[in-house]
Each structure stands twice: as C-alpha cells, then as structure tokens.
Ligand binder design. Structure first.
Ligand code: 5GP
Length: 217
C-alpha cells in the first residue's frame, strides 16, 4: 500500500497531562496521560471521511464495523461522510453491518480469534466493502478478517483504521486509511477497552500501573 498518509506519533511523545482536559471521575488514578485528545480524533476523522469520499466517489458501499472497539470510530466516520453527502453533488450511499471479534485478555493478544456474526456476511457478495476498525496491532486480526471476507466475493475491499501500531514484525496487511500511527504501547478510550473498561472515555489514553492492576482478570 503506497498511498498511506498519516501522522506518525513519535516514540517519545509524552501525551498531555490529564488535568488539561476532562475525564470521568471513576477513572481517576487509572490513567497516565491523554495520548490523543477527543477533538484531535474528530478532526482527523473529518479528513479521513473526505479521503474516502474522494476515492469511492458515488458508488454504494457496505461499511463493516468491527466491534466492539470500532463502534465509536465507525459511527463518527459514517456521520462525517453523511455530512459530505448532504453538501455535495455526488454522494456515497452507505449501508452498515457489524462483525464482532475478540482476541485480547488484559493487555495481551490471545492466539485464538473469536468471530461472532460472520455467518451473515453473504450480503457482501459483489459489494464495495469498507472495513472500519479502531486499531491494527500485529495485523493478525485484519489478515484473518480479510481472508474470511474474501470468501464472500465482494467487488472491492478497503480498510480504515483509526490507529496502527508501529510493531517489529507487522504482517503485510495494512489499512488503506489510517488516522494515526502510534508506538507499540497499549491504549484505551474512544471505545477501546481493557477487559471491557475505559470504553466510556472520550480521549485515547495510556493507563497507569494502578489502573492495569485494578481491572486485571
Ligand atoms: P492484532 O491482531 O492486529 O494484533 O490486534 C488487533 C486487535 O487487538 C484490535 O482489534 C484490538 O481489539 C486489540 N488491540 C490491539 N492493540 C490494542 C491496544 O493498544 N488497546 C486496546 N484496547 N486494544 C488493542
């Protein structure tokens, strides 16, 4: 993939101090910093929506939201595309579908990937599919998902991911649309979880050691 243009957040990026922003009281002590503020996520999403609309023009697409982590990014991205659709001579018709994947326990990736809702993917046959994910780490999940979706013979597959991690042996599957490339660290918030916690946090944050202990399984 040669057309990736995205902000690379450097390894030494310290994030923002927590007291510069607001976050729910129930997570006080559980976080180290605000890594990407909600407003920056929204501004980047607006641009990704424009890039997607410019590329896909006035075709019909099926937006395939990868749950649970991708729901917030998917909702915000679809909303931005809708705004463009209302204000342009060409518009991109969208339908939305969902698939649920699970591979993490605590902050560790598990060898087995569970896929829920994959039976109904026959609707993707002959369609332009836009997969919307929150984060690509090793790329294993995306690779598994792509090979599964290909069996349903869609016309075109594009992938949008808000975050991509800079990791040593990342597989060749990289998204077509990337919000930010981040260092190899574990982040939460904006629907990304740690054992189901922190999805109800609007910023993308880095957890504290206390936070990891508190919600560990
Ligand atoms: P991969 O298969 O690319 O290694 O892992 C992708 C999946 O792992 C993501 O869809 C996400 O569910 C989870 N994941 C990877 N990195 C992070 C992270 O930093 N934070 C959270 N909350 N989940 C992550």
């Amino acid at each position: 993939n040669m057309n990736i243009c995205h902000q690379q957040i450097p390894d030494d990026w310290p994030g923002y101090r927590l007291d510069l922003f607001t976050y729910p009281k129930h997570y006080s002590g559980d976080l180290d910093c605000v890594y990407i503020p909600h407003g920056v996520i929204m501004d980047r999403t607006e641009r990704l929506a424009r890039d997607i609309k410019d590329d896909l023009g006035d075709q019909d697409i099926v937006v395939l939201c990868v749950l649970k982590g991708g729901h917030q990014f998917c909702a915000d991205l679809v909303e931005r595309i809708q705004v463009l659709n209302r204000n342009s001579k060409r518009s991109l018709l969208m339908t939305v579908d969902f698939i649920r994947l699970k591979s993490y326990l605590n902050d560790q990736s598990m060898p087995d990937l569970q896929m829920i809702g994959a039976e109904s993917l026959s609707v993707l046959a002959g369609k332009n599919v836009l997969i919307v994910e929150a984060i690509v780490d090793t790329g294993k999940t995306l690779h598994t998902l792509l090979s599964h979706i290909q069996t349903f013979k869609p016309k075109l597959i594009k992938v949008a991911s808000l975050l991509v991690k800079r990791v040593p042996n990342q597989s060749v599957c990289l998204p077509d649309y990337v919000g930010f490339e981040i260092p190899n660290l574990f982040v939460v918030g904006y629907a990304l979880d740690y054992n189901e916690y922190f999805r109800d946090l609007n910023h993308i944050c880095v957890m504290s050691e206390d936070g990891k202990q508190k919600y560990r399984l």
